[in-house]
Design a protein around this ligand. Structure first.
Ligand SMILES: [Fe+2]
Ligand SMILES: [Fe+2]
Length: 213
């Protein structure tokens, strides 16, 4: 009788251990350690860029370049949306995002445009492609999405800054707009002339776009 009871106790204990193991497996999140580091780095860069472009916008306005001021202001808004999207992914992974920012220097508007072109190019051709690769390796679809949206939009920012620099060099800003439209979901940035009915990145309706001057 004692043996039967002992056998039953062992059987129950083994069942409990197996159930716990199965639950732990079910609750286990994918390992995304590199992606988390990349999200934190990208967030810091985006937050720094928001402040930097706002400062560049003020400098351009003070220099009498209203259109270039509007451009920096619009793109600052876009970068803020990238930052929020990165925070959203970090939060979904159980990570508390912090708002640490880096430093920057405000120079002449021409130099600020050149610095911005280089910064956008580094994001498009170096940083975000590496982040997307890691997120693919670690099977982190939300991170892939936020990195991919940001990379595609930074490419447009580089184009806008390049156009502004060319205009500044020829001292003719008449072709540059005074306002831009920003997709509130992904930060996509539009001039009115190239406006499409929906955001090609996140499919948000253009009626929801934010006007930034
Ligand atoms: Fe950008
Ligand atoms: Fe969008």
């Amino acid at each position: 009788m004692k043996r039967v009871r002992l056998f039953l106790m062992i059987l129950i204990a083994a069942s409990i251990v197996m159930a716990c193991n199965q639950k732990a497996k079910k609750d286990q999140k994918p390992i995304v350690s590199k992606t988390v580091e990349n999200l934190k780095t990208a967030l810091k860069d985006e937050l720094t860029t928001v402040e930097k472009y706002r400062a560049y916008s003020e400098r351009a306005r003070a220099d009498g370049y209203g259109q270039i001021s509007a451009l920096f202001n619009a793109i600052a808004r876009s970068e803020g949306i990238h930052a929020n999207n990165h925070i959203g992914v970090l939060t979904s992974l159980g990570i508390t995002a912090d708002s640490t920012k880096g430093s920057f220097v405000v120079k002449s508007t021409k130099e600020n445009l050149e610095e911005s072109i280089n910064g956008e190019a580094k994001e498009v051709f170096v940083l975000y492609p590496a982040y997307i690769k890691s997120a693919n390796d670690e099977n982190a679809p939300d991170a892939i999405r936020t990195f991919t949206w940001a990379m595609g939009i930074e490419k447009k920012h580089g184009y806008f800054y390049q156009s502004a620099l060319e205009a500044l060099k020829t001292n003719d800003l008449t072709e540059l707009p005074y306002e831009y439209l920003i997709c509130p979901k992904c930060g996509n940035t539009f001039e009115e002339i190239e406006l499409e009915p929906k955001c090609p990145f996140c499919k948000t309706d253009k009626g929801k776009f934010i006007v930034v001057k």
